[in-house]
Each structure stands twice: as C-alpha cells, then as structure tokens.
Design a protein around this ligand. Structure first.
Ligand code: FES
Length: 171
C-alpha cells in the first residue's frame, strides 16, 4: 500500500503523512490550521480507557487521540455539516463524529480535508463524509465508532454507555 503508513502503531507518523497530503492540496494557512487541530486533546489513560475532554474544542476542529493502539478521530461538527442521528455523538448539546481513524478498505489512515468536510484515504481514493460514512471508492462500510460513554464534557473511550448503545441499536 504505497503512499501511506498502514502500521497502526505508527499512526502518529501516518497522521503526519495525512497532514502532508492535505497541505499539498491546500493553502499554507489551511496547513497551519490543520497542524493546530492535530494537537492532542487533554486526555487521561486509565485501565484501558481514554478520557477525552472535548469541552474546549471549536466547531470544525478535528483532534486525534490514541485508543488501544489505534487512532481515533474526534471532529466537532459545524452547523453546516449534516446531522447523522445514527452516528452523531452529542456532548452538552454539541455534535461530534467519533470514529476509529482506519479506512475500512485495507486499513490506511484517512486524512481530514477541512475545506471539503470529509475524510479521504490516500491509498485507493476512498472517501468518507463528516460523519465517517463511506461515500466514494472501495471502502465497504463507514469508519467504526469505538465504545464510548459520556461524562459531562468528556468522552470516555472504552466503556459502553447508553449513548453508544443507542447508536449501535440504530446502526
Ligand atoms: S485502504 Fe483506504 S481506500 Fe483502500
């Protein structure tokens, strides 16, 4: 799979490569904004769980956290991004996309293109919308929503809360 780093342990490197793809396609200012959004959120790792404080995120911001050795994308949706009742994670009235950032085709790490509000996989051109749903190319299904629960302004990855169960029941 040339053109991507599909080693999941090395996903930070892959994320950097993904950023490079975006930077090449966009303006320098966009690249700077992306660099900022890739900075990790405040998070705590304990007993297989990752507790992520999303209360400080801005609309349109994408962050990346590591969860059980995998990249997890957390995107705070803007008002312009379509709602997806089957996938949106609602925290304190705000909608988030929370997905394991691994392409469902052959496992590359897609890049987020903020100008187009979509994720694009450099390996074979697969595309996912702002909810992580496959919309084009070979990916056979949406990116996976990891187990989560909501505690105030925090998302706890690694626990199945009622909000997660509700989404899974609708999937
Ligand atoms: S691995 Fe993503 S499109 Fe093939």
């Amino acid at each position: 799979m040339a053109g991507c780093d599909c080693n999941r342990r090395g996903f930070i490197k892959g994320a950097g490569a993904a950023l490079g793809v975006t930077a090449a396609a966009g303006a320098g200012l966009t690249a700077y904004a992306m660099k900022k959004t890739w900075d990790p959120l405040p998070s705590v790792v304990a007993a297989g769980k990752v507790i992520v404080d999303v209360s400080g995120m801005e609309e349109g911001q994408l962050s990346l956290v590591e969860y059980r050795g995998k990249p997890v994308f957390i995107l705070k949706k803007t008002g312009d991004m379509p709602s997806n009742e089957k996938r949106d994670v609602v925290v304190e009235g705000n909608r988030y996309t929370v997905v394991i950032g691994i392409c469902t085709h052959l496992g590359c790490i897609p890049a987020y293109l903020p100008g187009e509000s979509m994720f694009k996989c450099a390996c074979h051109g697969g595309e996912f919308d702002s909810s992580g749903v496959n919309t084009f190319g070979p990916p056979p299904k949406p990116m996976v929503i990891p187990e989560f629960k909501i505690e105030g302004g925090k998302i706890v990855l690694g626990e199945e809360g009622p909000e997660y169960k509700k989404l899974m029941a609708m999937a």
